[in-house]
Ligand binder design. Structure first.
Ligand code: N01
Length: 584
């Protein structure tokens, strides 16, 4: 039986029909919430539709045990409101999911956002009406509304990947997906549990599931690298110190390729002696988390450099895991950090527990389910519950679920069949007045998500505000600029080792998807500068229909806080490539 989350109860409402909005926003995660706030500030009428029963997006759905952020709390937060920055208190270095959800709810209350959000409502279609120059948006609750602008705030990792295992329907135990976890929680006490997958979600949840379960079987197709989080409580003194310096910290973070501030060593990995290199790796390991990637400047760009980090991490696994066979299976052989690096609290240690088994399915995949469990290579694994930690149809999966039609009946699904095509990850040609927050082709998942979201939302709000102000009808990118950007995103990605492995960054985790590196790897500040430039040049690369007298109004001001100062010391080869590559 497949178990999906209960929804918070909302009173039923009549369907909304024949209503016109300036903008409809799809999704009430961090992107949708801030978009609503900015558009309301412009005095526009906005309706937000959200599938979930509350705000929070990713953090509403991912309630699996151990779910927490892998970017430090003090940086994984909104920066648009100084009051909010100052009054919110984080309890831990890496905030747990319930606290991040609480934060999203706090923001929704503070800015009175809920009154414009319809919950438990899934947008099923959005179609552009060329005659009337509006979007018709329909939902599963019977709403049919129109809006001048349609903003997709659907998240990059929101469409759960549920592999279609043979005879899954025959399984009599419970089936959960980490990304759609039941709200009331799950008690695995006394159960034989199976976890499929060993990505970030599995690595966070496995130690906690193991604490409850009678037995735990982990079905591993590809082992993953993971760095300890060394998560700690945050004391007020530390928080106050950060808060006193917040504007400076945020500005510095925006100048970094990842949009996050953390210690960074400018040395290439092969420069120091073996002994010195080991000492540096130990220092970065002791700090923990994603900043480990800053141990040397070329880890994601040079194979030999990368191999030193990979071997260091493998040695850590061999030190922790007592059974040599299990340790061997847990040691990845691919490029370190090529797939998203995981951050854990006791993941590898869990495999020392006598009731935890690692099952290698790299050569013999899951054959099928049966009534009492899973069959692999002729062996039956009897299970009471199975957890799918199988990830997401990343970046484009949530778009695919909506029937989106642009000009001339063009379906977004068809346009993106060979891979997503966008201009700056903000919009796509043939779809006027259609925006996507952290869309493919923008830094999105390669930078701190909330930072990426805020920059996109501010750009879109400035753009929409401008279009309204000058009384124009539509804005959309030209095919020429879009093609150039798509090519640029691909070219820059080739500089990084990240483009070389089969990860969700390239869509390789979903069968049949084209292999395209989807996020923009040229670095956050380079990207932001490009967005600013496009706006300052009167939306270069965009077609604006209905400008007064057909003339451009050249001076448009982007939101001042996005005037980024590139931190030249920490520029990656991808940043350099991005700066040097000719873009129209
Ligand atoms: O998903 P994943 P995730 N048979 O795609 C396996 C963010 N996130 O939910 O590697 C057997 O990484 C698959 O195997 P393989 C973060 O950005 C962040 O864990 O394809 N196995 C893999 O092991 C992260 O990167 C946090 O061979 C199958 C696993 O399932 C992203 O979300 C926490 C299979 C999927 O791993 C996704 O993470 C959680 C099959 N048919 C998530 N299909 C933070 O810390 C898939 N797998 C903030």
């Amino acid at each position: 039986m497949v178990v999906i989350p209960d929804k918070e109860k909302h009173s039923s409402r009549p369907a909304e029909v024949n209503t016109h909005f300036d903008a409809v926003v799809v999704g009430a995660g961090f992107g949708g919430l801030y978009m609503l706030h900015r558009l309301r500030e412009l005095g526009l009428s906005v309706r937000v539709y959200e599938t979930g029963g509350g705000v929070g997006g990713t953090w509403y759905w991912n309630r699996y045990p151990g779910a927490r952020c892998d970017v430090e709390s003090m940086q994984y937060s909104y920066s648009f409101s100084e009051a909010l920055e100052q009054e919110w208190e984080w309890s831990e270095k890496y905030a747990p999911q319930p606290e991040i959800l609480q934060y999203a709810n706090y923001v929704a209350s503070k800015f009175d956002l809920r009154k414009d959000i319809f919950f438990e409502t899934r947008v099923i279609a959005a179609a552009f009406d060329e005659g009337r120059q509006v979007w018709h948006i329909s939902t599963d609750k019977g709403d049919i509304v129109e809006a001048q602008f349609c903003v997709m705030a659907v998240g990059c990792l929101s469409a759960a990947n549920r592999p279609n295992f043979e005879r899954l329907d025959m399984f009599t135990g419970e089936v959960y997906h980490t990304g759609e976890w039941p709200h009331e929680g799950v008690d695995f006490t006394g159960q034989n549990v199976g976890v499929i997958g060993t990505g970030s979600s599995a690595i966070q949840s496995i130690p906690l599931i193991a604490k409850q379960a009678k037995s735990l079987s982990v079905f591993q197709r590809t082992p993953n690298y993971s760095v300890p989080a060394w998560n700690t409580k945050l004391d007020s003194e530390y928080q106050n110190r950060i808060k006193a310096e917040y504007p400076d910290l945020r500005a510095k973070a925006r100048g970094r390729p990842s949009g996050v501030m953390f210690p960074f060593n400018f040395q290439p990995a092969l420069d120091p002696s073996d002994k010195e290199r080991a000492t540096i790796y130990e220092e970065f390991w002791a700090r923990g988390g994603l900043p480990f990637l800053g141990a040397f400047s070329d880890l994601l760009f040079d194979s030999a450099a990368n191999e030193t980090a990979a071997e260091f991490a493998r040695n850590k696994i061999r030190e922790i895991v007592k059974d040599p066979e299990t340790a061997k299976l847990l040691c990845p052989s691919n490029v370190f950090g090529c797939k998203r690096l995981c951050v854990d609290s006791g993941y590898f240690q869990t495999f020392n527990e006598p009731h935890v088994n690692l099952i290698d399915i790299s050569k013999k995949p899951i054959e099928r389910f049966y009534g009492a469990g899973i069959v692999i290579n002729g062996t039956n694994y009897e299970l009471d519950a199975v957890v799918f930690a199988t990830g997401f149809a990343a970046m484009t999966g949530s778009f695919d679920k909506i029937n989106i039609t642009g000009r001339n009946g063009l379906k977004l699904l068809d346009k993106w069949r060979a891979g997503p095509r966008t201009y700056l990850g903000l919009s796509t040609s043939g779809f006027p007045n259609f925006f996507m927050i952290t869309g493919p082709g923008s830094p999105s998942v390669l930078a701190s998500m909330i930072q990426s979201i805020e920059q996109h939302v501010d750009w879109m709000a400035d753009c929409i505000g401008h279009i309204k102000k000058i009384g124009a009808r539509t804005i959309e990118p030209t095919e020429e600029y879009e093609s150039d950007w798509v090519e640029h995103v691909t070219e820059v990605s080739k500089v990084s080792l990240r483009s070389t492995c089969s990860s969700w960054y390239v869509g390789a985790n979903i069968e049949g998807r084209p292999r395209v590196f989807m996020p923009y790897i040229g670095g956050f500040p380079v990207y932001v500068d490009r967005c600013n430039d496009v706006m300052s040049k009167g939306f270069e690369g965009f077609l604006i229909d209905g400008e007064p007298d057909g003339k451009r109004i050249p001076k448009i001001k982007y939101t001042e806080r996005w005037r980024v100062v590139l931190d030249k010391d920490v520029m990656s080869p991808a940043d350099v490539a991005a700066l040097n590559a000719p873009v129209l």
